[in-house]
Design a protein around this ligand. Sequence first.
Ligand code: ADP
Ligand code: ADP
Length: 234
Amino acid sequence: MAEIVIENLYKSFDTKDGTVEALKNVNLSIESGDIYGIIGMSGAGKSTLVRCINFLEVPTKGRVLINGKSLGDYTSRELRKQREDIGMIFQHFNLLMQKNVLENVCFPLYIQGKSKKDAKKRAKELLDIVGLGDRTGAFPAQLSGGQKQRVAIARALASDPKILLCDEATSALDPQTTSSILALLKDINERFNITIVIITHQMSVVREICSHVAIVKGGEVAEQGTVEEIFTHP
Ligand code: ADP
Ligand code: ADP
């Protein structure tokens, strides 16, 4: 079975103006080690889908299975552990602005209960991997967008995730920096066999790095397949 399986997933939100159907009958499977793109315009339902994969939203109908297990199969304690297996990076990096680069990466390691010494050692290794080993003392405000995203990637890797969810992670970056971040993600995918799910509105990102893609429109998967199949389609 695929690492991520989404079956007949529906998610609706009740608002004062009525019910919003954010996701309608979504079916996807993402194999371990894949780089999978989920592409769609703003409002298509991408963030809701990510939140369902991360077990932050309870499906209205259907289910999400990560390695064969769905939300209901976990106790709340196991769920916390499960969420550690899924790293996330975001468009606006979400770094702690008052902490330096090293401390930003140490943060999840402290939460895991690592000692200060062990956390710093591991954080330094992770920053070397993302090419920022020489900026450990810098503060986020002193870094470029690409460098901030590298710190966020190092932080996401701190919990040794099996899956990395990238939510519009290159949308705030120029094309050249985008390419360098995508190259880093590819490197991480190959070195650590981490499954990467890329949520984006940018076709170029999917073409550059993904092997499979799903096109989401109005809460539904309009098309899915290999990037070759989808983009050579008449
Ligand atoms: P995307 O990430 O593709 O921009 P979203 O998943 O954020 O799309 O949103 C899909 C639709 O669901 C939108 O119409 C949005 O307004 C709606 N939506 C998302 N989250 C909520 C929520 N918590 N409450 C009400 N509506 C929501
Ligand atoms: P994105 O950057 O993907 O478009 P948004 O900024 O629209 O995401 O949404 C940020 C958060 O707000 C998400 O968690 C989403 O579920 C929630 N959200 C989106 N639309 C609504 C809405 N209409 N009402 C309440 N919450 C919403």
